[in-house]
Write a protein that binds this ligand. Structure first.
Ligand code: SF4
Length: 481
């Protein structure tokens, strides 16, 4: 009996659990486990791990704590990994929280990087009808998500406030029975903001998201409108919203154009001067008008990476001097890197966020898997058009090949290179981007600007995290937001 007990409880030999690795130029090796927890090893430690000859008790403790090795027969590490993996994917059951309504294609701006086929203000045939709006609300409520966010886009949505009002009121009416958590956001350049819009936003708890590319000359150069006063109108709109509804009711988003390169400090300073302490250093996207050859090569991803690094160095410097500033994309990555939470950001999820995280209802009743899918359609590529509100049911929209095929093919757990990548758990699948740039939903990752950008961001954040105690502390604070 005594002998049997000993046999059953004796630790078995060491064995690997699934892990991936990436070499650093300074000789260190990054090791990540199957839920994205990481550790840096020296070359000698990594060899010991590879050969399962781990003599150093401290190293063995670390690798066991990170679920990179276990003793044969142990079940707890696998159960913990399974629990964490399930938690990272829990959003899948409550899919499609974001519902975007393109209430019009009309806009009084004519931005060079505009991602839609903008129409002039007089072209009211490009407005969403009441019938389409009500059908879209109905479809949104078929989503199982307990949180529904309605985002109004354009064109310029303030040019079709009638439909913004209708969708908001219809959703709130329906929700009396449903009891879900609703949120409403108008994505607007704010040039046409007036008291009526503010009254409506006040009454229905509507938020605003606006575009701010940086200092006046840069913003106005990027965003032409009659009067060349886009920046002045945006800033005036931000001020009015804050005064009337509160500081938190308006956020801003910038797009990095070729003209932005070399000006990242000025852009960050502009955000701080305007009272924004969150800034998303966002590259221009390759869709819509921005895909046209003239704009397409305006800059490559290497230039954006330099822009990002300089911006982050400055942001860390500002924080160290007591001025809080957060880089939004880095904060989302750090949440995935340093916690087990999934922030649900569309570009950093796998399976991809198309359809699962967001649906888009176009002015004409077409339903797309994402805003980018709609932009492709404006250029004649219908790959990500899921169907039409007038003809298709929710079930056919969500179970058609247009959605399920790219979701399956682009899944990073099985896609070439991604499935072996040490960063896989922090990254995401972007089938629309890869389709737009290479013609298939997976793409070739060594040539992918999406992959190059994310690898550069992951490497930058890890370098600062491991080398700089202040950055480490700050990054944990960002991850906990
Ligand atoms: S896209 Fe690139 S960085 Fe992301 S998981 Fe795939 S190979 Fe890794």
């Amino acid at each position: 009996m005594r002998q049997r007990l000993t046999l059953e409880t004796a630790p078995g030999p060491l064995e690997h659990l699934p892990f991936r690795f990436e070499r650093w130029t300074d000789g260190r090796v990054l090791v990540t486990n199957m839920v994205g927890e990481h550790v840096f090893l020296s070359e000698a430690e990594f060899s010991a791990l590879a050969d399962l000859r781990i003599a150093d008790p401290a190293l063995l403790r670390t690798l066991r704590a990170k679920h990179v090795v276990r003793q044969r027969g142990e079940t707890l590490p696998v159960e913990l990994l399974a629990l964490k993996y399930r938690t990272q994917h829990h959003r899948l059951a409550d899919f499609t929280g974001l519902h975007m309504f393109v209430v019009t294609l009309r806009c009084e701006h004519s931005c060079g990087y505009c991602q839609v086929s903008r129409r002039t203000v007089a072209r009211t045939e490009f407005d969403m009808s009441a019938e389409t709006a009500v059908a879209a609300v109905e479809t949104a409520f078929r989503s199982p998500s307990p949180h529904l966010k309605f985002e109004f886009q354009g064109g310029e949505p303030l040019l079709n406030m009638e439909i913004v009002r209708l969708v908001t009121q219809e959703a709130q009416r329906r929700n009396r029975d449903e009891g879900r958590q609703l949120a409403f956001v108008i994505a607007s350049n704010l040039a046409l903001l007036d008291d009526e819009v503010l009254d409506f936003a006040d009454e229905h708890d509507v938020y605003f998201s606006t575009s701010l590319d940086g200092p006046q000359d840069l913003h106005n150069g990027n965003r032409p409108r009659p009067g060349r006063d886009s920046w002045e109108r945006t800033i005036a709109g931000v001020t009015r919203i804050r005064k009337r509804l509160g500081h938190h009711r308006v956020s801003a988003l910038m797009t990095t154009t070729a003209a932005s390169l070399g000006k990242v400090r000025d852009i960050i300073d502009c955000y701080l001067e305007q009272g924004f302490h969150d800034i998303f250093l966002r590259p221009v996207s390759p869709y819509g008008f921005a895909l046209r050859p003239r704009q397409r090569r305006a800059y490559d991803m290497a230039a954006w990476i330099d822009f990002y690094r300089e911006g982050m160095d400055y942001i860390l410097e500002l924080n160290a001097r007591g001025t809080p500033v957060v880089e939004t994309y880095s904060a989302l990555v750090l949440k995935k890197m340093l916690t087990n939470a999934n922030p649900g950001y569309v570009d950093l999820t796998s399976p991809a966020g198309i359809g699962i995280a967001a649906l888009l209802y176009n002015y004409d009743g077409a339903v797309y898997a994402s805003d980018e899918g709609r932009m492709l359609a404006e250029n004649g590529d219908m790959t990500f058009r899921l169907g039409d509100l007038a003809e298709d049911s929710y079930d056919t929209l969500m179970t058609g090949a247009a959605l399920l095929d790219p979701l399956e093919e682009s899944y990073t757990g099985s896609a070439p290179q991604c499935s072996d990548c040490a960063f896989e758990r922090w990254c995401g699948a972007d089938p629309v981007f890869h389709h737009a740039t290479t013609g298939d939903p997976v793409g070739r990752k060594p040539e992918s600007a999406f992959c190059n950008r994310n690898m550069a961001v992951f490497r930058y954040l890890l370098d600062r995290y491991t080398a700089d105690p202040h950055a480490r502390e700050l990054f944990h604070a960002w991850a906990a937001r």
